[in-house]
Structures are given as C-alpha cells and as structure tokens.
Design a protein around this ligand. Structure first.
Ligand SMILES: Nc1ncnc2c1ncn2[C@@H]1O[C@H](COP(=O)(O)OP(=O)(O)OP(=O)(O)O)[C@@H](O)[C@H]1O
Length: 270
C-alpha cells in the first residue's frame, strides 16, 4: 500500500497541492485524474520521494517513506515519469538492465538471471525486437515501452506511472494496462483518458486545482456530473455490458441533451 496523508506542496509561495489524502490499496490500481495543472505529477513526485511535501507524510506498507534507503526503496517501488524519456546513448537492453541495479551488488552486475529478466520484460511490452537499438533513436512510443520494461525489470511490489499511455497507439494502450492489471501489484497511475481509467483502475482520485474532489471506487466516483464540473465538458456516461464508457462533447454543443444527474456524491472520500 502507498499512502499519503495531508500532502501539501508549494513552488515558492504558490501552493499547488493542498492537504491531499491518497491511498493506493495493496494489489489495486489507483488512477490519479484531473485537468492539466491540477497537481497529479506533484502528488506522484511526493508519493515516490522525489520531492518532500511541505507538510504531510507518505507511507509505504505502513512505514514512513523517509525511513527507506534509496536502494531499499528501489527494490520495492518502480517509477516511470514523463520526463524519464531521456536521451542516453545506450542500447535498449542496457537501459532495461539498469532496472536490475537495486537487486545487484558491486560484484554481481548483470548476470544470466538479469539478462533473462530483461529479455522477458522487453517481450512483455512488445519491444523484444528493439533490444539492440540505441535508445535515443527510438520513437516516443517505443521509448515509453522501454521505460516501462525497465520499471518491470526492477520486479517492484509497487508501480507508479505518470501518463504511461500518452505516446502509445490505441491497441498498446489497452495491452499495457491489461498487462499492468495482470501484475496484481499496488499501482498508482496518472491517466488523462477517462475511458481507460474506468476500464483498468479499481479506484480513482480526482484532483482539481490542487484539491481532492473525489476518491473511491471508479464506478462510484466517475459520474457524468462530477466529470462535467471538473473538466468543463459535457459528459454522457454509459454503463454497458463491457463496463463504463464516456462520451464527451463541448458544453456549448446544443445538439446534445444534458447529462443525467449521476448517482454518486462528490467527495466520496474514504
Ligand atoms: N517546477 C515548477 N515550478 C513552478 N510551478 C510548477 C513547477 N512544476 C509544476 N508547477 C505548477 O504546479 C501545478 C501542478 O503541476 P503538476 O505538473 O503537478 O500538474 P499535473 O496535474 O500533473 O498537470 P498535467 O496534466 O498538465 O501534466 C501547475 O500549476 C504547474 O504549473
């Protein structure tokens, strides 16, 4: 479980995340949702110890994050951030092998088991054929797959992903999220696509201007009413045999009837 209590963060005098309680339950996928600039990446950076909250605290399986060494943390938590698509002049295979570092000692670098795991995770993300390519020469989507493979190579118990689908084609968006669901590990994932969130997340936390406006199971939280208020677009929610689907339209589109009121309340905080 990853838990943040009362997380607040400010850049200079500007507070961008305010008193956020967030809980990614063990073995479940928590989606972090909200418009641009609402504070999702800032929450991710606090949850993973990249930045320290101005106030509040983060716990990993009940233990304060600050009590972990870097190595112990990296053995448990793998993080893929938007800015981690670097331009390093190394091969894809070497990039993925970096994910093994938390499990290695100075004298046990990249043994046969590490190579087997690197090949296996590359296959899982559909990038085995890229192993010998230079990372910097890959497309955005290919780089994204490799960074996810590197995170999986860490064999983490917790996974934190900031917009992992933004460069991926539609088929691989689904393949990736289905694969992550199959891992069954505690996951926090920032998503902009609300249909993907509804399909693959167990729970969601919705941010608006640095405040939590809703937190709880997808089906309860993601009402048309809530989303319309948060994103400022018209939303129609369809509960289909394949799960929840949203249709969106501009608010001033008068050809579309107004959304039915949702059945869940805002602030369904746990
Ligand atoms: N380095 C920085 N210096 C100053 N302000 C920043 C910095 N990084 C982010 N911010 C501000 O903090 C707020 C929250 O940003 P954050 O990146 O957490 O939002 P987000 O929800 O992840 O946005 P997006 O969906 O656009 O990625 C925004 O107003 C942003 O402009």
């Amino acid at each position: 479980m990853i838990e943040g209590r009362g997380l607040t963060y400010a850049y200079g005098a500007t507070t961008v995340v305010r008193d956020v309680d967030v809980r990614a339950e063990s073995g479940r996928i928590l989606g972090l949702l909200g418009p641009n600039g609402s504070g999702k990446t800032t929450v991710v950076r606090m949850l993973t110890g990249i930045v320290t909250p101005r106030s509040g605290q983060v716990f990993l399986d009940g233990r304060p994050l600050g009590s972990f060494t870097h190595r112990a943390l990296a053995q448990q938590v793998a993080v893929v951030l938007q800015e981690s698509l670097g331009d390093l002049p190394m091969t894809v295979a070497d990039m993925v092998l970096l994910g093994r570092a938390p499990h290695q000692t100075t004298f046990s670098r990249n043994g046969a088991e590490d190579h087997r795991i690197a090949a296996s995770v590359l296959r899982r993300v559909g990038a085995r054929h890229l192993a010998d390519r230079v990372f910097v020469g890959l497309s955005g989507g290919e780089k994204q797959r490799v960074m996810i493979a590197r995170a999986l190579a860490q064999e983490p118990t917790h996974l934190v992903l900031d917009e992992p689908t933004n460069h991926l084609d539609i088929r691989f968006q689904h393949e990736l999220l289905a694969m992550i669901r199959g891992l069954g590990i505690t996951t926090v994932i920032v998503l902009h696509d609300l249909n993907l969130a509804a399909r693959y997340c167990d729970d969601v936390l919705v941010l608006q201007d640095g405040d939590v406006v809703a937190h709880g199971p997808c089906a309860d939280v993601l009402t048309a009413e809530l989303l319309q208020g948060v994103y400022g677009v018209g939303v129609e929610r369809l509960d289909t045999s394949r799960g929840i689907q949203f249709l969106f339209h501009p608010l001033d589109d008068e050809s579309v009837p107004p959304a039915e009121p949702g059945h869940a309340k805002e602030k369904s905080a746990r």
